[in-house]
Design a protein. Structure first.
Length: 263
């Protein structure tokens, strides 16, 4: 697996249920836009039951007027902080996203702003530092339709649900911090099943590039079939890394979520 493409930048998912507007997504936030929404999750080692708990996940969103700030944190069993992500939305649109990989010292940031050369056209401005004290790479690219960070994937699934259920794929650009650019992906229906007594749909996410698809494994989401279409579980790349010997390596795991209101 090529880490440059697929540490998955922000992990891929570890999601909440937050509907936001990307440039081509019309759904408006119904949750998260007043007070606080919390989602917790457990990241398990892949393999047969009983699976070892590797990390805990917590997502909290706070709203003030038209601004929503999302904090996403990942904790190993010892309670230390392994990784942290901050996402800011304004009027339902992505403004910025930051990631701190505290295990390795890597950090990244993307901000959406006007192109200095073409003020009417927004751009993505990237910064990524691969380790503490390391060089920082800065790049930019034009903002295209359906550019997502991991926190936005639940809304993308919800707004494209009918399309997905008809067997069509839904394409988007995913922000990959390690590459300081976006990479094309697509979602498609894989199968239907029952999960803890609930009817669910299994969605498959994979790169649109045939070359990149040969280097990375697809991600599978277990999604409620009923209205809301919350992501209950996903199997694939996560944000935290795992230490093997003296090296930190990317982690494919099983992530299971709980939904509730923060105190």
């Amino acid at each position: 697996m090529a880490r440059g493409v697929f540490h998955w930048a922000v992990g891929i998912i570890l999601l909440g249920f937050f509907i936001v507007r990307s440039p081509a997504t019309a759904a408006v936030a119904e949750t998260d836009n007043d007070n606080t929404r919390r989602v917790t999750g457990t990241i398990y080692e892949k393999g047969p039951e009983p699976r070892r708990v590797l990390f805990k996940f917590r997502r909290t969103a706070t709203g003030s007027n038209s601004t929503v700030r999302v904090l996403r944190e990942y904790y190993p069993p010892d309670g230390s902080l392994a990784a942290r992500e901050r996402v800011v939305y304004e009027n339902g649109r992505l403004i910025s996203c930051e990631i701190e990989e505290l295990q390795t010292g890597a950090k990244g940031r993307v901000v959406i702003g006007p192109d200095p050369q073409k003020s009417h056209q927004p751009k993505l401005f990237f910064q990524y530092t691969p380790r503490t004290g390391g060089p920082t790479e800065a790049k930019s690219e034009a903002l295209r339709q359906d550019v997502l960070v991991s926190d936005m994937i639940p809304s993308f699934i919800s707004s494209h649900w009918e399309q997905l259920m008809k067997g069509s794929s839904a394409k988007f650009r995913f922000i990959v911090f390690q590459r300081a650019e976006t990479v094309g992906f697509k979602l498609m229906k894989d199968s239907e099943a029952t999960w803890h007594g609930k009817p669910v749909v299994i969605l498959r996410m994979e790169p649109t590039s045939l070359v990149i698809a040969q280097l990375v494994d697809p991600v599978f989401f277990t999604v409620e079939k009923s209205a809301g279409h919350r992501i209950l579980q996903y199997v694939g790349r996560t944000t935290p890394m795992i230490k093997k010997g003296n090296k930190w390596e990317s982690l494919d795991a099983v992530s299971v979520f709980d939904f509730g209101t923060a105190e």
